[in-house]
Design a binder for this molecule. Structure first.
Ligand code: MN
Length: 479
């Protein structure tokens, strides 16, 4: 699909080295999904208002969806490029069991990007901007204030050093060349505060349609002035090619589909929201920062990527980098910690499950306290033993049911900082709950010996079951 001069797929895969089998851009990943029956194609004419998100939502556990010609637009839209963590692992070319360690490795060993002069992302340049006319931007959840750009990397530069930051923000289309943006107190906010205090706008770019590794890397819980595009390069095993924007100095991925160039304006705040968020509630409307759009560039035939707020793709994308960070944080103090999960039921943010190889009584409570120090979003931590499958919510509940007593194994901390998007908190102030669902050390092994039927895992059903089930059943039941 991409034009030949830019088609570097073969070289990049060849250069990606041992252990890496990553695809180099969004299109390669979509090709892989199509070739393995995981890319549904919608009929033309699907409405960008609600209907596109509705179809995506129905398929969010099953397949990606490509909308070749949504109503009123010639630019195709794609959604659900991840439906679970296994797809994420596949997109960066690692087995699911190595996903977190691979991500940790990339955060520790970033790979600087390289600058190129020509980019597919700039084949078409619009200096006259009309967002909704030029781009197929959908409205997603029912009470969202309108169309939102949801899957764009927001790239900004430290105004003093030029070091870049990459993150994802919800971006409301507020006018033909105006975007309302939510900027939480992290790195983009830090750079914008520096610019605004000097009375300046902060130059930015919104980049839509990039390799999954770039999206994943943008969610890394890295330090300020650690460029997430270098993490993406390390994930892929080759440097990301970047190009300078047409109207400012921000560098963007050359193989992106679409780039929106602009500036976050100083001392301007306008209403933004409501918008459907990861806790499955709406983030409220309030006066927030504004991006003035200066240009749109894109491939000759671009593809637009959208993510439904609070949908599976949103949750999965936040989950992996947070798990990797929390695992690293815990293992620094507790070598007995082996794995962590942020389960769906806890919105992939608020509830953590820790798997440990327990050798000391009491240590699970230390681990619980350590985990709460690792990220303020966490409000519940469950610690389980090595024999519990932490990908199965029933296993976790079973561990709590049979290895936990509330008066002995429960830890509650009140009045701590939590997530402001948790509607039960008092503007972010809330309680923490830790559950030690591990069995005691030095107990009679028979007490916690899990029952098991010998040979269950070795049964070959094709050898054991009759081919003519219906007629045999009929014969026996007739007598
Ligand atoms: Mn950052």
């Amino acid at each position: 699909m991409s034009s030949m001069p830019y088609s570097r797929s073969d070289r990049l895969v060849a250069a990606s080295g041992a252990g890496h089998n990553a695809v180099p851009d969004l299109r390669s990943w979509l090709r892989k999904l199509a070739a393995t029956d995981r890319l549904a194609i919608a009929r033309p004419g699907v409405s960008l208002i609600d209907q596109l998100a509705a179809i995506g939502k129905r398929l969010e556990h099953t397949s990606a969806v490509l909308f070749p010609a949504p109503k009123g637009h010639s630019i195709p839209v794609v959604s659900n490029i991840f439906t679970d963590r296994n797809w994420v692992a596949e997109s960066i070319g690692v087995p699911p069991g190595q996903l977190l360690t691979r991500f940790q490795d990339a955060v520790r060993n970033r790979l600087p990007w390289i600058e190129v002069d020509n980019a597919p992302a700039q084949e078409v340049v619009h200096k006259e901007v009309d967002l909704l006319r030029q781009l197929p931007i959908p409205k997603h959840n029912e009470l969202d204030s309108g169309p939102y750009i949801t899957a764009a990397l927001l790239i900004s530069r430290n105004p003093k050093t030029g070091i870049q930051n990459v993150s994802i923000h919800r971006c409301q289309v507020s006018g033909s060349d105006r975007i309302g943006v939510l900027i939480l107190p992290r790195h983009t906010r830090h750079y914008f505060d520096m610019a605004e205090q000097a009375g300046e706008a902060l130059d930015i770019a919104l980049v839509v349609g990039v390799h999954p590794a770039c999206i994943l890397a943008s969610q890394a819980i890295a330090a300020v002035d650690e460029d997430e595009m270098e993490i993406a390069g390390a994930l892929l095993g080759h440097p990301i090619e970047m190009v300078k924007c047409k109207t400012n100095d921000v560098r963007v991925p050359a193989h992106a589909e679409i780039v929106i160039e602009g500036r976050i304006l100083p001392r301007v705040r306008e209403p933004e929201g409501p918008f459907g968020e990861f806790p499955q509630y709406y983030g409220p409307r309030a006066n927030r920062e504004v991006i003035q759009v200066d240009a749109i560039t894109h491939r000759a035939k671009p593809i637009y990527h959208t993510i439904t707020g609070g949908g599976m793709e949103h949750l999965v994308l936040g989950e992996i980098p947070r798990e990797a960070t929390l695992l690293e944080h815990l293992q620094r103090s507790f070598p007995s910690v082996r794995d962590v999960r942020l389960p769906r039921g806890g919105t992939c943010r608020y509830h953590l499950v820790v798997k440990m190889d327990k050798t000391n009584n009491g240590e699970p409570k230390n681990i619980i306290m350590g985990a709460f120090a690792g990220h303020y979003d966490l409000k519940q931590v469950v610690v389980v033993d090595m024999d519990v499958d932490i990908d199965d919510p029933n296993e976790i509940e079973w561990a709590i049911a049979t290895r936990f007593q509330a008066d002995r194994d429960l830890l509650v901390v009140s009045g701590a900082l939590g997530s402001k998007l948790d509607p039960t908190t008092d503007n972010g102030i809330g309680a923490k709950m830790g559950i030690d669902a591990t069995k005691p050390v030095d107990v009679d092994p028979m007490v916690f010996k899990r029952i098991h039927v010998r040979g269950e895992e070795d049964v070959d059903l094709t050898q054991c079951l009759a081919d003519d089930a219906e007629s045999v059943a009929e014969k026996i039941l007739a007598e």
